[in-house]
Design a protein around this ligand. Structure first.
Ligand code: ADP
Ligand code: MG
Length: 698
């Protein structure tokens, strides 16, 4: 779009410097372009009038037309309210106001016809509306019908500066008048024709002020299509470019790997593990840099795949590192892999925030000299002082904890040949989201659990039944099992959660005086955590009381019971992750979701889903539908949140179509050099450099 859209909002009629500043600060609106792209988040249906008799609880905002048949002020002080009756031919509606009573009493008139707009609720079988909008029916308004846009604003703007949704609506309306002639088409004529798209200017007009539902739908489709098209175009170009340009080390020797397979590995790989290893191996042979996402449900055995990949690197004289998001997890990987490494004569090191300086120096030196082949650690291994002789492979476990910037930091650890990258995640990502989040990565999936695993039995229990649950814990411990009891951790209120946890710990200690109990939470030092964790791993303690710090990756096969307190406070993916801490051994495992009686509809859906299925992909899909992609792990750093209008949870079909369209265009004209792609090329060139980065890494 032209420079016009970079004009500062203060120049818009009636806005001025002060309001422009507020809009910028409170809503992130600075320019004409920002405002015109701040689409309404919903619309009020002012196209039709309902009969009062048809109103019911499930309706959202609706309007009726009727005569005011009487009003009175009832109650005193804070209970004071104005109650009025509005009637149409079908029935009567009671309307109530608790605020502005004195003012309203003066202005509303008996026997006047009004349009009443609000959300109906039923009370003793009779319809009511609290705080509806009221508008006199006048000659000129009689025939009007429209969808009225509603814009997000902030409490501060609304209450202190009178910038409410309607004020924004007026600004947008003023802006559209001068802006529409400046709008240029951003999609090619062929695309517009093929997908029957509305043109850009019309879409902008209709998205703000739709004449009817049909035009609104078409405007939405057009804008969503465009948005997803450009996201996919960018990702596909990155992927293609990298495939062409970036060389990767070839790992074709596998002597140690064969020895490991034959003599050391304690189990047979699952078919899915074998397939994924083969995909990775093919990448290693290709001479191009690998960028692969490995998705596998909790317990599907990703670690061994990581280790085998690292062995391939070592067999070819390259170093590798495995980076975990927490110290506990890094340590666990280290302990687990160390056993194999020792048998194979491989030098494997561990580097975390709590590694003592002396050890650190030694590590640094071995890495620089190349005498250490494998390194496991936390983000500490990103530090600049950590240099490798020849880093050939970097693996990130539980990727959602790492930012994109960290990803690229690892790339820089080898100045000669960029290391292969394997990103592992147990958070199953629905296909639509994966396409956008990781559109530039190749994807492998482990969709099979090792044989002999019994599906975890999940139940929902109310707090009132705690005694029974505790008895169950006692029985399981008597059978030699171990138990997790997890308390929620909400970042906004760490103090409160800490109290929940310590209260919980005390009551658990009282309930099980005969048992040893570990406790792990975010306020403990790394050493304390490790100490407590180690006691649990070594079976010195039977119960582990913890916050969600144990969520990721921790592996204690003998722990077979997971009790989640206040389960309604956890997101679905998080519940699934936590449940994945059990079911890792041969014993039947259980997950008990504890809640009070009072539950929201969404909470119920989450709990029912957990009870019904163990399938991470199904859970991820439901989670995406419940929460939208904004809250899903991994989306924060992805730019997916920057989507203006498309919704990855709902727009899967448009995403697929726009991706296919982008791919077809790139196949045909990789540099977008043809005249018929002029609109697309110009649009990309007009975007700020940060928005579309054509260089090789996101
Ligand atoms: P995740 O994918 O959640 O990271 P892990 O790699 O921690 O899973 O594996 C979970 C457990 O399953 C570990 O104890 C691991 O040793 C074991 N395991 C992995 N692959 C197999 C297999 N093919 N057969 C049996 N056990 C396996
Ligand atoms: Mg893992």
């Amino acid at each position: 779009m032209s420079n016009f859209f970079n004009t500062k909002l203060e120049y818009l009629r009636g806005v001025g410097v002060q309001r422009a500043q507020l809009l910028g600060k409170e809503l992130g609106l600075f320019t004409y372009g920002d405002l015109i792209q701040r689409y309404p988040f919903r619309y009020l249906d002012r196209t039709q009038f309902y009969n009062i008799v048809d109103l019911h609880d499930d309706m959202s905002f609706v309007q009726v037309k009727g005569i005011l048949r009487g009003r009175e002020v009832i109650g005193e002080g804070p209970k004071k309210r104005l109650v009025a009756k509005v009637g149409d031919a079908s029935g009567e509606l009671e309307v109530v106001w608790f605020k502005g009573v004195n003012y309203l009493e003066k202005v509303i008139k008996n026997h006047q016809e009004y349009i009443v707009f609000g959300k109906p609720t039923m009370f003793n079988g009779r319809p009511q509306m609290a705080h509806p909008e009221l508008e006199e029916v006048t000659e000129q308004k009689a025939g009007q019908s429209f969808l009225q846009p509603v814009y997000n604003t902030s409490e501060k703007l609304k209450n202190y500066h009178r910038i409410d949704s309607k004020a924004i609506m007026r600004m947008v309306s003023d802006l559209l008048k001068i802006a529409l002639p400046q709008v240029t088409e951003t999609l090619s004529p062929a695309l517009i024709q093929q997908y029957g798209l509305m043109d850009k200017a019309a879409a902008l007009q209709q998205i703000h002020f739709p004449q009817n539902q049909d035009l609104l739908d078409r405007a939405r489709f057009r804008l969503k299509f465009e948005e997803l098209f450009y996201v996919q175009l960018k990702l596909l170009r990155q992927k293609d470019q990298r495939k062409v340009t970036l060389a990767g080390q070839v790992f074709n020797e596998v002597p140690t790997l064969v020895h490991f397979y034959k003599d050391i590995m304690p189990f047979d790989l699952t078919g899915a593990q074998k397939r994924v290893i083969h995909e990775i191996y093919k990448d290693f042979l290709a001479g191009k840099q690998m960028n692969r996402l490995l998705q596998g449900d909790v317990g599907s055995g990703k670690t061994i795949v990581a280790f085998i990949s690292m062995l391939m690197a070592a067999d070819n004289g390259a170093q590798s590192c495995l980076m975990a998001p927490t110290e506990i997890l890094a340590d666990q990987h280290y302990q687990g892999l160390k056993v194999y490494a020792n048998q194979l004569g491989i030098n494997l090191g561990k580097l975390t925030g709590s590694t003592p300086t002396r050890v650190r120096r030694e590590l640094h030196e071995q890495l620089r000299e190349g005498t250490m082949q494998m390194l496991v650690g936390t983000h500490a291994l990103l530090e600049d002082v950590v240099q490798f002789r020849n880093l050939g492979l970097t693996i990130m476990d539980e990727q959602h904890r790492f930012g994109v910037a960290q990803r690229s930091k690892l790339w820089q650890k080898n100045p000669y040949v960029i290391p292969h990258v394997l990103v592992m995640t147990a958070t199953p990502i629905p296909r639509t989201l994966a396409m956008t989040l990781y559109g530039d990565l190749d994807v492998s999936v482990i969709d099979e659990l090792p044989a002999g695993r019994k599906p975890i039995v999940t139940v929902h229990r109310y707090d009132a039944n705690r005694l029974k649950v505790f008895q169950f814990v006692r029985d399981q411990v008597a059978l030699g099992r171990q138990v997790y009891i997890v308390y929620p951790l909400i970042e906004e209120s760490e103090t409160l959660d800490y109290k929940d946890l310590t209260d919980g710990y005390e009551s658990v200690s009282r309930a099980f005086p005969e048992m040893q109990i570990s406790i792990v939470h975010g306020r403990m030092s790394a050493e304390q955590k490790d100490f407590e964790m180690a006691r649990f791993v070594n079976k010195e303690t039977q119960i582990m009381v913890a916050t969600t710090v144990i969520e990721v990756g921790v592996n204690v096969p003998n722990a077979s019971v997971m009790i989640i307190e206040s389960a309604e406070r956890f997101g679905l993916s998080q519940l699934h992750q936590l449940r994945g801490r059990v079911g890792r051994g041969a014993d039947q495992s259980y997950c008990v979701l504890m809640t009070g009686y009072k539950l929201s509809k969404d909470s119920r859906t989450r709990l029912e889903t957990m009870v019904r299925t163990n399938n991470g992909f199904e859970i991820a899909d439901i989670d995406l539908k419940l929460r939208g992609p904004g809250d899903l792990m991994g989306t924060q750093q992805s730019g997916v949140l920057d989507l203006l209008i498309a919704d990855l949870a709902k727009d899967g079909r448009i995403l697929t179509e726009s991706r296919a369209a982008a791919q077809a265009i790139l196949n045909d004209d990789p540099d977008l050099a043809r005249p018929e792609h002029g609109n697309i090329r110009r649009h990309i060139e007009s975007l700020p450099a940060t928005a579309v980065n054509w260089s090789r890494i996101s």
